[in-house]
Design a protein around this ligand. Sequence first.
Ligand code: SAJ
Length: 434
Amino acid sequence: MNAPFHATAALGRKALGQVVPEHQVAVIGLGYIGLPTAALLASYGWSVCGVDVSQNVVDTVNSGGVHIEERDLEMLVRNAITAQTLVASTEVPTASFYMIAVPTPLGEYNLPDISYVEAAARAIAPKIVPGACIIVESTSPVGTTERVAEIIATLRPDIVVPRDGSDDDADIALAYCPERVLPGRIVNELVHNDRVIGGVTAACAERAAVLYTSFVKGDCLYTSARVAETVKLVENSFRDVNIAFANELSMIAEEIGVDVWEVIRLANRHPRVNILQPGPGVGGHCIAVDPWFLVAGAPESARLVRTAREVNDHKAVHTERRIRALLEAAPEGKIALLGLAFKPDIDDFRESPALEIAEALSLTHGPRVLVVEPFTDQLPRYLAGTGAQLVTLDAGLRQAEIVVVLVDHTAFRHLTPVDLAGKIVFDTRGMLRR
Ligand code: SAJ
């Protein structure tokens, strides 16, 4: 372990570990991060209560099932429920560790909405006993952990809440530890990635580390809560800015008439250049969202981060316009749209530019649209009823005059230019070049 400052304070001396068994964990929010983390902790010997506001989610988990698709998750949950190390509830229990993993959506004007984190803090407050450790994992604007401290301090004047710079007398610990796992590899990355553990004080970080070092095989890196909050936003902004560069290059290349894939392939042979891949825009619930949290914190300074967001959003609009031009060029022909997911080989359509483009096109040209998406067996809500059809790849290729690659799913990668001979082809991912 790598501790940049020395955590010496004996936190929560009054009653640490005496009131609640040390191995009790409550995970608030059983979503894409909370459920895998709860089940994983249970498999590492913790006694876990997963809390969710949805009775449906609670019932599903208690019956050993899952409401989200994620590799290895179902087996992990089933085993933990059978072993009675995991239970789900709509009520927050008293526990020694609380982990908050609730959504932090974008609100109006691209401003962060932390109301679910605040609600979780309010639900936890009455249950807290001295010695408890509260950890925020939700991607959050900088200062959110301090806001949680404020809520608990207001609701529990009997408890000394840690404050930055004073760690001797706190009764509880408070930390921010961002998740940084890749959808599709969540269970594996929860264990193997390095973790940043940001304590409101050094003692808080040390206390939160008890939970993480029990299952993380990567390094645990210690810092302050504010730095940890910033690190998470910076990681996803870094990726967004780099993808924006690739997307902008693709539009420049189009305008000046060169092949962007060839340009990137050759530029990347420079030993210090590593350009990412252009696509139809950026999707998912993280990279398309988190940079706005950074912008919200420093709107005057975050110019590049804001512009990157705008470039990536614009790339979807640009792609849609190009497809519309193809539809006009072949006014009788059907169009096959390959893929709806936000990236290859997952069934996650959240914030997906491919889905947005398919919806927009179907609204105006529904009966001409053939959707090929091996990761669903029914058309998403806004596409159904427009006349668009969900078809197999073979059927799509047989019927369509125009073929657009929106997602480079493995199931499409065997396609060669020969398979598409005679068709108008638009490959937004450069899949056919690989
Ligand atoms: N994309 C491109 N070109 C590329 C790479 C990606 O257009 O060269 C697009 C993808 O198609 C997709 C979007 O970007 O639409 C985001 O995909 P991704 O694979 O980069 O990221 P996510 O959203 O699946 O997961 C990210 C990860 N963050 C980073 O890689 C910095 C993950 O580690 C985080 O845990 C996750 O966000 C999160 O929860 O914040």
